[in-house]
Write a new protein. Structure first.
Length: 298
């Protein structure tokens, strides 16, 4: 099938409405778009399986715009089973947020990290046809329910990100796939400031804490900053001082983030089971329709 050719501002196109026929895809952290007229999704062609931590992490680091991997509990892969040696075409990771309050605030009667989890990463390659994401997400939720998970909290980051040279790497998300799959919109998470690195990725608070306290995983964070031009830490130096100087050396920008859009999914085999799960945050319509404006550096 010949891909649809339609004039679109692919570089700067924001996330489109849920009624749109275009679907966002990723490859090596670059976004693109697929159109339903290319043939759409064929459920017989794809399968979902649990995958190893190693495979999930490698895929996410290569293709997800964040270039980072979270603390995972469940990992699922989307495979094209229509070919020999089915390739991994998408990954969904459900795991542990920075604080249990992320889960208990939204799902107060569920045990965090066991009965409730965060959808930490969700990424499909550009080869996946339109509407793949809703089918994949539904299969993941069914697998989670079978494992005793009864609720999921998902976040959509609406802040566009560019590299220091101006290349757009993430146009901003308003949670289109979560809206299309009946997620309960529960407003924004807490506003905060973030450190935007020259490659357009974010150094989050947890990663910075690993460096300051020299906790497990600090070597990866340090190597990431060194690759961007930070000096190698001197023996015996104060990690907190080194981090501050490293961020200055590479030209990291401090920007204000108004908070990610939050969606809650109570899981159950039917509507009655889902209705029994208490939601701790009132639904807050209307759903977001557009990403935020690009923030200026503080």
């Amino acid at each position: 099938m010949i891909p649809v050719q339609q004039t679109l501002p692919f570089e700067d196109l924001p996330e489109v409405p849920i009624s749109s026929s275009w679907c966002q895809r990723w490859r090596q952290r670059q976004h693109s778009w697929r159109h339903v007229s290319e043939g759409g999704f064929d459920a017989h062609r794809y399968g979902v399986e649990r995958i190893s931590e190693k495979d999930a992490e490698a895929f996410v680091r290569e293709h997800h715009y964040s270039a980072s991997y979270p603390a995972a509990v469940h990992r699922f892969g989307l495979y094209d089973v229509s070919v020999d040696k089915p390739p991994l075409s998408g990954v969904a990771v459900f795991g542990v947020p920075v604080s249990p309050a992320v889960l208990t605030k939204a799902l107060p009667e569920l045990e965090p990290y066991a009965e409730s989890l965060e959808c930490s990463r969700f990424v499909l390659l550009d080869e996946c046809p339109a509407n793949s994401e809703s089918w994949f997400l539904a299969r993941c939720h069914a697998e989670l329910l079978a494992s005793g998970v009864r609720g999921v909290v998902s976040f959509a980051d609406p802040v566009p990100r560019r590299t220091a040279s101006g290349t757009l790497i993430m146009p901003g998300h308003c949670g289109r796939i979560y809206q299309a799959t009946n997620g309960i919109y529960a407003g924004r998470a807490t506003a905060r400031t973030i450190k935007l690195l020259p490659d357009g990725t974010v150094l989050n608070d947890r990663a910075a804490q690993k460096v300051r306290r020299q906790e497990q995983g600090h070597q990866y964070v340090e190597a990431r900053l060194i690759a961007l031009g930070a000096p190698v830490p001197r023996a015996g130096c104060d990690p907190a001082v080194w981090l501050r100087e490293a961020l200055t050396a590479i030209g990291a920008r401090t920007v204000r983030h108004r908070g990610a859009h939050r969606f809650i999914f109570p899981l159950g085999r039917n509507r009655r089971q889902r209705a029994r799960i208490k939601i701790g945050i009132d639904a807050r319509p209307p759903h977001p329709r557009r990403p935020d404006l690009e923030p200026a550096a503080l």
